[in-house]
Write a protein that binds this ligand. Structure first.
Ligand code: KG4
Ligand code: ZN
Length: 344
């Protein structure tokens, strides 16, 4: 089998990711993040992200080529995230990918960002090959999605997603409520270390019997965020210090609990003994620990790619295109555009 040399471009959020793969082998994975520029706004500002991509793309492509020891002329195909994501940010990547593919005279593959997250697993050289079917839980600052993967290139089904905030976004917003810096995840994690997860019983979104009928695999974190806000307000109104460690630990537990419960419910419902985790929130050790512990008890094997492949990156986009090429799928025609709500 010919192993294509693919350059992948990812610009759906605040990471400019360029990855180069040969078949299933990772050659380089360059990431430039505009996160610092968003910090003072407490969240990703779309216009700022788009401009940052524009500035970072060319040097990132050069760095990825250097790192992999590959020349542009050797590239067999170009891959790009066409959605879902921030419209302006996606457009920068799509435009650059088209220009690159046309100038090199190479095929261009437009791919779905969420399916790309799943493809990241293929680049994990330490792991056994991905088996099908598998349930995938993708949690980041931009998405919280549960998918059933019967085949990476032909059959990925969205089972559910967040109805409001993404899980990472909830971490970021709650951190802000607690006076912790952006991005909130790592700071909440640190604060939670000295708190009790049982101190406050925060709500688990869409988990009541009445919600489960319609939203069994969907998530909601806005009620949780409001509950934390109310807690903070009440402490302050009572003239008491906010118990930051307990709030952080109890909040984290609520998020982790609902993510793992719903992911394992999908595994049970579809009789799938495999769960793949992806997205930047996987950096949360409590989430990994609870997922592994409860999956183990349920006879489900958990797969977690290295964190550098879990956060947004170009290598996963190149990996997915590489799979499409090896499966004999034709490239995209150049008429496609960025699609901020692209379905899987
Ligand atoms: O995948 P990612 O790097 O990129 C975007 O979604 O843009 O994910 C970033 C998100 C942020 O919301 C951040 O707060 C969250 O992942 N995050 C964490 C942790 N580390 C990062 N959330 C919880 N616990 C962590 N340790
Ligand atoms: Zn992502």
């Amino acid at each position: 089998r010919h192993e294509p040399l693919v350059l992948g471009i990812e610009t759906s959020c605040d990471e400019t990711g360029i990855g180069i793969v040969r078949g299933r082998t990772l050659l380089s994975n360059t990431i430039a993040s505009s996160m610092d520029e968003h910090a003072r706004f407490g969240g990703v500002v779309p216009e700022v992200a788009a401009r940052a991509h524009l500035e970072a793309l060319q040097p990132s492509i050069e760095a990825a080529l250097r790192e992999s020891g590959v020349s542009l002329a050797e590239i067999d195909a170009v891959a790009v995230t066409s959605g879902p994501g921030l419209a302006g940010a996606l457009m920068v990547g799509v435009g650059a990918a088209k220009a690159l593919a046309v100038s090199l005279g190479r095929p261009l593959y437009a791919v779905n960002h969420l399916v790309g997250h799943i493809a990241a697993d293929i680049l994990d050289s330490e792991a056994l090959p991905l088996e099908y079917p598998t349930v995938a839980l993708l949690v980041s600052g931009g998405h919280t999605s549960l998918l059933l993967v019967r085949d990476l290139t032909t059959d990925v089904e969205l089972l559910g997603e967040t109805m409001d905030d993404a899980a990472g976004e909830a971490f970021d917003k709650v951190a802000r409520l607690l006076g912790l810096p952006y991005p909130g995840g790592p700071h909440i994690d640190r604060a939670a270390a000295s708190g009790s997860a049982e101190a406050i019983r925060f709500p688990r979104g869409l988990s009541r019997a009445s919600d489960l009928a319609e939203h069994r695999y969907d998530f909601s974190f806005s009620g949780l965020k409001t509950a934390v806000a109310r807690w903070v307000e009440q402490s302050e109104a009572a003239g008491e210090a906010v118990p930051v460690a307990d709030v952080a630990a109890s909040f984290r537990e609520a998020v982790v609990d609902v993510l793992v419960t719903k992911a394992l419910a999908a595994c049970a419902d579809y009789a799938v003994p495999r769960l793949l985790l992806g997205g930047g929130v996987i950096a949360n050790k409590r989430l990994r620990d609870v997922a592994i512990e409860r999956a183990d008890a349920a006879g489900v094997t958990v797969r977690i790619p290295p964190l550098s492949l879990c956060t947004d990156n170009g290598a996963m986009i190149a990996a997915l295109a590489s799979e499409l090429i090896m499966a004999g799928r034709p490239p995209s025609t150049l008429g496609f555009g960025a699609d901020s709500t692209l379905p899987v």
